[in-house]
Design a protein around this ligand. Structure first.
Ligand code: ZN
Length: 111
């Protein structure tokens, strides 16, 4: 029998996300408001700017060009908004994120 869990109103098979949950439980998360980060844009392709070298004749550095991240477990989008469901998450390094719902459902130790 399959076990299911509801995340943001969607039904997920536990066995499909178990690996990510196991991985996430081994990380240290801290609650943070999601804010845009710098990105490099060239020919319509956007990649996060993390200090790598680039050629300014082909590539543009956009200060807030990295506009969202996805929850590592349920792929929920996190972006800059006053709505805490999408605007606040848990992160290890500012680049890897969990949504609050996944964090509270799977990571917080059950008392
Ligand atoms: Zn999630």
């Amino acid at each position: 029998m399959e076990e299911y869990v509801s995340i943001h109103g969607d039904k997920w098979k536990i066995s499909d996300i178990n690996e990510q949950i196991e991985w996430a439980r081994e990380q240290v998360w801290k609650k943070q408001k999601w804010l845009p980060r710098a990105a490099l844009v060239s020919k319509g392709k956007t990649s996060e700017y993390v200090g790598q070298s680039y050629r300014p004749e082909y590539t543009r550095l956009v200060e807030d060009g990295w506009s969202h991240d996805h929850c590592e477990i349920c792929w929920w989008s996190l972006y800059e908004t006053d709505n805490p469901e999408s605007g606040v998450g848990y992160t290890t390094d500012g680049r890897t994120w969990l949504c609050s719902e996944c964090y509270e459902k799977f990571i917080v130790p059950k008392a």
